[in-house]
Design a protein around this ligand. Structure first.
Ligand code: DX5
Ligand code: ZN
Length: 218
């Protein structure tokens, strides 16, 4: 992985032309962030397994599937089969995170754990070395286009500390409110995979938007 990468979130893409939207970001990224919402863990519904399967044949980007659903264990297999490369579930939704991590890994996929802004960061720290990715939410999950919560910065730094102290390869991802004004602080706090929805897809020229985000990191 490079020092840091932009991970476009298709939540803000034009769902009527998903394949075209993905094509427009393909040259500027290696990842694609896919938000799955069940209307239960979060107050919104997006898409599920059939959509992941449908776009799988359209691109070779690494599919980073962010499950915002109450029962991730029940669906990891289906998302793995549909073509997810990384599957991230919320620490708040499971009793035994290690069981879910093992399940995802047994399917040959990379395992990620996400944390809601209201959950103390200590809850996730013991799992940093057990996961391939930690996803720190910097907005309340459920919707794109929200403002970045500054409190996320010290939470990112806390995870970065564990990664550095233990010399781990765990990816530190941040999701919500990443834009030209916030990205530099987020990278400096220690994140290396920046999910960006509206900042990329609200700009007609998605490729230019990604380049702009990258150029805002000093
Ligand atoms: C929100 C989703 C995010 C969303 C971020 O719950 O998890 O991935 O797409 O959108 P922006 O970048 O617009 O804040
Ligand atoms: Zn997300």
């Amino acid at each position: 992985m490079k020092d840091f990468e932009i991970n476009p979130s298709i939540l803000s893409a034009d769902f009527g032309h998903l394949a075209d939207e993905i094509q427009k970001v393909e040259k500027d990224t290696t990842f694609l962030h896919i938000d799955v919402m069940d209307g239960h863990y979060v107050p919104n519904i997006t898409f599920g397994v059939p959509v992941v399967k449908a776009i799988r044949s359209e691109t070779n980007l690494i599919f980073d599937v962010h499950l915002m659903i109450t029962d991730p264990m029940a669906f990891v297999e289906a998302f793995a089969e549909a073509g997810a490369d990384m599957i991230t579930f919320h620490v708040e939704t499971v009793d035994d995170p290690e069981k879910v991590i093992s399940k995802i890994r047994s399917l040959g996929k990379r395992a990620g754990m996400a944390i809601h802004p209201d959950t103390p960061i200590e809850k996730i720290l013991p799992y940093v070395e057990k996961c391939d990715l930690i996803l720190i939410m910097s907005v309340r999950p459920g919707f794109g286009g929200q403002h970045f919560m500054e409190e996320a910065l010290e939470r990112i730094a806390a995870v970065r500390k564990v990664v550095d102290e233990k010399d781990l390869k765990t990816i530190i991802s941040v999701d919500g409110g990443i834009c030209n004004e916030t990205i530099d602080r987020v990278v400096k706090a220690g994140a290396n995979l920046l999910v960006a929805g509206s900042a990329v897809f609200s700009n007609d020229d998605h490729s230019k938007a990604i380049k702009e985000l990258i150029s805002c990191v000093s």
